[in-house]
Ligand binder design. Structure first.
Ligand code: PMP
Length: 286
């Protein structure tokens, strides 16, 4: 059975401070962020009725907005409380939360001066991100932009135009996701998740220059160190995929996701991946 469309569901959405019936959470077609891509958002997972690392996500929503030169009209504490409320009102034991903030329809020009900031938080059931135990990636022709060309650390809607193109091209090619290089040709990230390679028993991951510094990435780096696995953040070039013995992705939605192949080169689901996947699963449910 197909899931119902996102705009036609029961439940409530927290919308500018009010619980609003799901189907009424709308905005005007001349909304500034729809035209210029300056919305910001978060993706959070609910485990046992609680959002994992909620305050970190609320803080990152603020940071994302600040990088796009606006302030959210709700504090981190208010966002946390609103999220907890919307999870409870929709009676979710597990699932996903999508907070989003955007500039309103007060003006139409490129300048955003005079726009009001709006915030909404939706929560809904959501299972595993991929069906496969180990996914196939293909390298995308789309490159993550330089930090001089984009606010890379912001979870800004506009940055996802590349991710959507890359992901849909990967799906059309029979893979489950795309691996993106950055503007210099170094390995960067997948379309909604960060990249890790096991090399000589150590964990290697790209620096934060052109990626979203994932909350899961930081959590998994911590779990690895606790398990006695050395973690190395550095620039990584595509030819190093040949010496990796394991590859996995991390993200709120994908959790710790083994990668079984990149551009046809195969990887086993090895001991480091298995250990960190189990440790992450135990942590989020604890
Ligand atoms: N990179 C991108 C492009 C993403 O969209 C995400 C998902 N938010 C991540 C990395 C992983 O971030 P997190 O672990 O905070 O979910």
């Amino acid at each position: 059975m197909n899931a119902p469309p996102m705009d036609d569901r029961d439940g409530v959405i927290w919308y500018n401070g009010k619980l609003t019936p799901w189907r009424d959470a709308k905005f005007h077609v001349l909304t500034h962020s729809l035209h210029y891509g300056n919305g910001v958002f978060e993706g959070e997972r609910i485990y046992n009725g609680k959002v994992f690392k909620l305050t970190e996500h609320s803080r990152r929503l603020h940071k994302s907005a600040n990088m796009l030169a606006y302030e959210l009209p709700y504090s981190v504490e208010e966002l946390d409380a609103a999220t907890n409320l919307v999870v409870a009102m929709n009676k979710l034991e597990s699932g996903y939360v999508r907070p989003v903030a955007w500039r309103g329809a007060e003006v139409i020009g490129v300048s955003a001066q005079g726009t009001k900031i709006h915030v909404a938080i939706a929560a809904f059931p959501w299972g595993a991100y991929y069906e496969q135990k180990a996914i196939k990636l293909v390298t995308s022709r789309w490159k993550r932009p330089s930090p001089e060309s984009s606010p890379a650390g912001s979870k800004a809607a506009g940055l996802y135009i590349i991710c959507t193109l890359a992901k849909d091209e990967a799906l059309a090619a029979g893979a489950q996701d795309a691996l993106m290089h950055d503007y210099k040709g170094r390995l960067s990230e997948a379309t909604g998740a960060n990249l890790f390679l096991a090399i000589n028993g150590e964990l290697h991951t790209p620096t934060t220059e052109t990626i979203l510094n994932g909350i899961t990435r930081l959590t998994v780096m911590d779990l690895a160190r606790k398990a006695g696995i050395k973690v190395v953040e550095r620039e990584i070039w595509p030819d190093e995929l040949a010496k990796a013995t394991e590859v996995f992705l991390t993200g709120t939605a994908v959790e710790v996701q083994p990668v079984g192949a990149i551009d046809g080169r195969e990887y086993p689901v090895g001991p480091i991946t298995q250990k960190l996947k189990a440790d992450y699963a135990a942590l989020v449910r604890s």
